[in-house]
Design a protein around this ligand. Sequence first.
Ligand code: PEP
Ligand code: MG
Length: 593
Amino acid sequence: MKTVSGIPVFNGDVIGNTRGIVIGKVFVQESERLNVEERTIPSEKIEEEIERYKTAVNATRNEIASNRDMTLESLGQNLAGIFEAQILILQDPRLLRETENLIRSKSLAAESAVVITHNTQIEIFCKINNSYIAEKINDIRDIEKRVLRHLLGTRSESLRKLTEPVILLASNLTPSETANLDRNFVKAVVTESGGIGGHTAILATALEIPCVVGCGNFIANVKNGDTVIVDAISGLLILNPDETTIQKYQKIIDSGSARIESLDELRDVEAITSDGVKVEILANIEFPQETANVIQRGAEGIGLFRTEFLYLTQESDPTENEHFESYRQVAEVMDGKPVIIRTFDFGDDKESDRHGGTIPERNPALGLRGIRLALKRWQLFRTQIRAILRASVYGNVKIMFPLVSTVKEFRQARYTAVKEFMDELEHDGIPYNNKIKIGMMVEVPAAVVMLDHFAEIADFFSIGTNDLTQYIMASDRGNRSVSHLFSSSDPAVLRMIYKAVEIANITKTPISLCGQLGGDPMRLAILLGLGLRSISCTPSSIPRIKQICRRIAITDCIEIAKKVLQFSNAADVKDYAIREMINLVPDLMDKML
Ligand code: PEP
Ligand code: MG
């Protein structure tokens, strides 16, 4: 038995009926080979293809180097040397030259050339029979897989063909891989890399799949079919557990199911604090199919519909009608309750092969993403906005722009783009709500600072604490090496939230919060104390958030918030928040801790 620790992905405490703990058989995504068919390219694309190959090799190098650094830190120089050797193989000038030659002389696509050169290398080694060489072959296979993954960026085939429940273990999952997970079979996910704010974490939460990310290297110690326990509450993966440990966790699973039923009763009650203050509780969704879940968990509307996953789950972009059908379906089911549709936010952690800019970016988080990309990809933006406008007559639909940094961007999006698309519909006699509310995510520090100006042109705000934290702390939300800095309850972030709420209140602009922080019961009192009266969180967190709201008083929350705003670090905020919550609602905390 061996225990690996990672970062627990907070899923509320109502995860399917598992309470975040799953016992099951392993499926290792890393263990398979990518299926590459031979493909040629037009001769005028050869130079571009060689560049694509070089970019993939560089990305692979960085990936292996980061494994080396982490191993060096945790296990020492000897083991880190394994990765050093892999880098040498990857950058072997002969291998690079031969792959380039194949692309050039045979007009082969980069991935086809990679498969040929790596196979040739392996065939040569296979003729020599010793254990050192066998290790080398494994290294070449590993490198090949990594380079191919960077070239193809696609989801593995065998993941599509699961026929029985598994616990998916992977080095990393792309947003589209996670979005495509079949939750009938994938019962939990554990990854070597990734951070709490990354999209493996967010999507797993949306899919209600218990998840632990950022565990460091462990894949080499497991094989398909092994039994493991995933504890997504404490962030643990237990490899080959003994019988006593299995029984202990089975008991926790059984007691969790009983509690879930009692939370169901909260569906139809409002979140009104014990001193009579109403808190609006909305839901975050990624897929239209989640709407039933939203209703079932008792949300008062949808505070964030992350639409980029409509694109990432299919091979080609949805048509205007496909968008329209998705939005109409959600609006109709929500039956007059607010539905805030966020326009696509590709880039950075929501990487997309089809929608990025034309040049590879050194700093994708600071690059062409969110509204910046939408304003450059006019047709893509037009298709989506027209569909949202058309759906706006079927319910209480609102539009929200992501990653707005400047007033100029918001103006362009609202008064040039949306206006132009409204005029087109008008001209064609297609109905839409011309009073539709248009708001923005507050997730760039510049937007917080300038929020009074935004209040003149935006109808509402929603604080995105995932990106806001990333940009305030200068800490990549998906990078486990800097995850110690990425805390949405860092006082620096809390002060920014306070500032945003203050300006929104002065300017009488509705403000909500839709980052992951909103679903964290331990921080709820702080958020209410900072002045928030609307929170949008993952559906699975809603019953617990409602239950706590109904048991605490705003006067206490204000005192707690005042106090934490004076703290100097996130750890003190966390400790204090937990202590205060135990004071305020001891019986509830007892069940959760
Ligand atoms: C956020 O940044 O907090 C947010 C809600 O948006 P996303 O996580 O989709 O970037
Ligand atoms: Mg964001």
